[in-house]
Design a protein around this ligand. Structure first.
Ligand code: SF4
Ligand code: SF4
Ligand code: FES
Length: 220
């Protein structure tokens, strides 16, 4: 007889028995999937464990982060294949018109069909579709606020039939807002002036001297 403490899960078409009260990622570690050992933060911060899963008796495939999705009896899941969305190469200090440059770097952003798929897959509860509207209309401050908890998992880009990269659009808008468009707070300006005048140079030199080269083992 099976213990009450174990559940059946289906990972990439194969069935395993694992302890309950684990996350999907924890379950993979338990069954010995070494490839996830150093995958990421295990805490919902790095976005490296994007996953599609289906619960028993449901037809709908859901998306989430494997480190934050609990195992349940009969859950079926697979990792989202790893790929990089093309990233524009830009220097925030050299863009003369940040709002206009959005359309040079991300011309597809205006093609959103309002299909509402991307809000359904975001594990952080962000609405990327609305974020693209605000970005298109140049409201970078709202975009920056909306995407504060984005973990760059890329699920929103993965499901977009128009090839929109909401996570990268949001990162661009947030950077431009912070570096070029918003008024910097007084205390930040004071601190920057202190740093530029060398107030903390001694401490900075001490930190640099303490840096160690990474070992081959750490880089492995
Ligand atoms: S906005 Fe996109 S990249 Fe950011 S957490 Fe949501 S789905 Fe992931
Ligand atoms: S998935 Fe793409 S087209 Fe659909 S709402 Fe999101 S950004 Fe727009
Ligand atoms: S491992 Fe970092 S978010 Fe899941």
């Amino acid at each position: 007889m099976e213990s009450d403490n174990r559940v059946s899960i289906d990972f990439m078409g194969k069935t395993y028995k694992v302890s309950k009260d684990l996350s999907l990622l924890g379950a993979l570690l338990e069954i010995g999937w070494d490839s996830v050992k150093d995958l990421g933060c295990m805490g919902g911060c790095c976005g490296a464990c994007a996953t599609f899963y289906r619960l028993p008796d449901e037809t709908h495939v859901k998306a989430g982060l494997a480190c934050r999705t609990p195992v349940t009896e009969g859950i079926s899941f697979a990792f989202v294949g790893h790929y990089h969305s093309p990233k524009p190469d830009y220097d925030v200090s050299e863009i003369s018109n940040p709002k206009q440059a959005l359309f040079d770097f991300f011309p597809e952003v205006t093609t959103c069909r309002n299909c509402e798929i991307c809000p359904q897959v975001c594990p952080q509860g962000i609405n990327p579709m609305k974020g693209m509207w605000f970005a298109t209309f140049g409201d970078f401050a709202t975009v920056a606020e909306m995407f504060k908890s984005c973990v760059q998992c890329g699920l929103c880009a993965r499901v977009c039939s128009m090839g929109i990269r909401p996570h990268l659009v949001a990162m661009y808008a947030s950077r431009m807002h912070g570096a070029r468009l918003m008024d910097l707070p007084e205390n930040l300006l004071d601190r920057m002036a202190q740093i530029q005048s060398g107030t903390y140079q001694e401490e900075w030199d001490t930190i640099l001297q303490q840096q160690v080269e990474p070992t081959d083992e750490a880089l492995d």
